[in-house]
Design a protein around this ligand. Structure first.
Ligand code: FES
Ligand SMILES: [Fe+2]
Length: 404
């Protein structure tokens, strides 16, 4: 693996100062971020074990778009817009479930095979002119990688396998495709911009003070890395120090050393991040997948879920439960810090950030945003209604400058 240095990240002017405060409170920018980032990049929907049988489905919504992933009768995972071709109702009402051999729209009962083709129309004669071939469910890009199902509503960037190429060997050790759900999925809703939530996640400089228990667990081994190609990797060893706190001692003592993982990974906590808001956490006892994304202006979600291999050893059960407890508290600590920082950024006294070499993950994320949405470099929000056009113009100018 090759890494990007802080020097490299900070050579772009302005990258130590963070984004202007208005970018954390703009309806127009949020809409653009949904459109240009979240609807044009891969989104995690489910793990293969969430839809084990033919007819099992799971949904995911982003902005105005709704996806449904389903396992078809041949066992293949497919993704469609959850949008009936008759009058645009959802074809499945629940977030997840089982639809048997077909989707039956709850509005007028049009039905679709699991490969998306139109199956049946009630009172079909009343649609005499309709070409049935044309009226299947619309497909969405879908990729299953190491047991994780991703969809992409638009855009034509690299596949997940290519984006994760640098991480593939390490992630492959964890046999994720063979895992099962461990606990119910969770969702935190924030009355904050999604970037405010993500900023804290993009750096470990806050770990020693912000997360006393996590720091007791991993100590000075905690490291953030930027991998060439755009992935973030953070890690910490859990066995390199004498733990002060009882729960950490209990966790490390419970964790079985007899493992499918090689010695190099038996005592590691690893976090892999993919732009814009996807994180895969690899623990020796389980994995956690979460995403941070906007749902509106000053509205965002952190949605997560845990998976693990079947293992009924009591010590493993205990390690898993302690891991959850530790991470729940880390999450609560983050929420508090996120809220305090976001409050401060609304104050008139706020005049920008100052980022250290240790916060290069925040800076590289923000640099990426500056490239894709150059409007975020402006000190003031463009006049009402003009933000998308201003951004398009700035992007064009930047492209011309890059070519010229
Ligand atoms: S909207 Fe689906 S059947 Fe009419
Ligand atoms: Fe944190």
């Amino acid at each position: 693996m090759k890494f990007v240095s802080a020097q490299e990240i900070y050579k772009k002017t302005g990258s130590r100062g963070g984004l202007p405060a208005w970018t954390y409170n703009s309806d127009a920018l949020t809409q653009l971020e949904i459109e240009q980032l979240f609807l044009r990049n891969w989104l995690f929907v489910a793990h293969v074990s969430d839809i084990p049988n033919s007819g099992d489905y799971q949904c995911f919504a982003m902005g105005n778009e709704r996806a449904v992933v389903v396992r078809d009768q041949q066992g293949q995972v497919r993704a469609f817009h959850n949008l009936c071709r008759h009058r645009a109702s959802r074809v499945v009402a629940d977030d997840k479930g089982h639809c048997g051999k077909s989707f039956i729209c709850p509005f007028h009962g049009w039905s679709y095979n699991l490969d998306g083709s139109l199956k049946n129309i009630p009172k079909a004669a009343s649609f005499a002119q309709l070409d049935r071939q044309e009226y299947g469910l619309k497909t969405i890009d879908c990729e299953v990688w190491q047991g994780m199902i991703f969809v992409r509503f638009g855009g034509d960037g690299a596949s997940i396998a290519v984006l994760f190429a640098e991480a593939a060997e390490e992630i492959g050790l964890y046999r994720i495709a063979e895992m099962q759900p461990l606990e119910e999925a969770y969702q935190y809703r924030f009355d904050l911009d999604w970037k405010a939530v993500l900023d804290i996640d993009n750096e470990g400089y806050h770990v020693p003070i912000g997360h006393p228990e996590l720091f007791d667990l991993v100590g000075a081994t905690y490291t953030d890395q930027l991998v060439v190609g755009g992935l973030n990797r953070s890690f910490g060893f859990i066995n390199e120090r004498k733990h002060r706190l009882q729960r950490n001692r209990d966790y490390v003592a419970a964790l079985p050393q007899e493992s499918y993982l090689p010695d190099s990974h038996k005592n590691l906590w690893i976090y892999w991040g993919l732009f814009p808001g996807f994180v895969l956490t690899l623990f020796p006892d389980q994995i956690e997948i979460y995403q941070i994304y906007p749902t509106g202006n000053q509205q965002s979600v952190m949605a997560g879920v845990t998976y693990a291999l079947a293992d009924d050893r009591p010590e493993m059960q205990r390690a898993r439960a302690l891991n959850r407890d530790i991470n729940m508290d880390v999450g609560d600590e983050d929420i508090r810090l996120i809220e305090w920082a976001a409050e401060g950024m609304r104050s008139n006294a706020f005049d920008g950030l100052v980022l250290s070499d240790l916060e290069l993950g925040v800076a590289s994320f923000q640099n990426r945003l500056r490239e894709l949405l150059p409007v975020v470099t402006l000190e003031q929000e463009p006049a009402s209604g003009s933000l998308p056009a201003v951004n398009a113009r700035m992007r064009k100018q930047a492209n011309v400058a890059a070519v010229g």
